[in-house]
Design a protein around this ligand. Sequence first.
Ligand code: AMP
Length: 292
Amino acid sequence: MSALASPQKALPTVRTVADLRGIVSAWHRAGERVALVPTMGALHRGHLALVERGRALCPRVVASLFVNPMQFGPNEDFSRYPRDEAADAALLAGAGCDLLYAPDVAEMYPDGFATTVIAGPVAERQCGPFRPGHFAGVATVVAKLLLQSQADVALFGEKDFQQLQVIRQVVRDLDIPVAIEGVPTVRESDGFALSSRNRYLTPEQRGIAPSLYRTLAEMARRVEAGATVAAVAEDGLAALRRAGFSSVDYLDVVDAETLRPLERLDRPGRILSAVWLGKTRLIDNIPVVPRP
Ligand code: AMP
């Protein structure tokens, strides 16, 4: 049978909170748990891994698609962020998603909208100073998506590790009744982490990009082998500069929970970094695990 003979079933799509809640409530009445996968679209295998994990945990999976203006700075890429809802819907349907929630900006932020969710210190480190207001935008829209959907489980990628920790903080502090699941980063075969923004890279920049993960992996290996954090961080920074990144916003070895700097590997840690290739900012991170 050719692929054309079995067209993908169109993914049901809702655009209002009322329609979303109507469908989720019916699933809940039928005893079905519901997973939510928030996205900004331009989907790739990383997003689909979240849908697949949601599918493994719950009989129903909702993906949201909303390019959230509140989390972009004035000089960031909101207007040119890649948008292709039809292609995204086809990928989601193929991954086993049941419903797409794609509200417009007026549905998410109606006239008079005024509340901001601020997560505190965990949002003030690493990306915080470089992207003022970014995590407030993320925390606000994710709190809304969780409350709008009434999902039982919500899935987020470890690719955006600081974002994941911000969301955990918000859910804990606001008693939002949802379980947050982190999903490991999906990478290309050369280690480069998948991201919707990777399509901005020129072929030359794409050649440099995997050095970010290679550097993090080498740093993790050395820290886990007992090298001092300060020495490894210094060498890591030098390696990133040699590799050809235009600039490095940060390269931090931190406590995996609080994201505070770690001097010794005496608890689970994470190495987090943000670098630039031309006008494109890349982030990545890797776990560091203390020896037993
Ligand atoms: P975004 O559409 O970029 O806002 O991402 C939506 C979700 O997908 C977030 O939870 C991201 O952390 C997650 N995500 C993005 N890239 C990856 C990846 N390479 N591996 C796993 N999750 C990812």
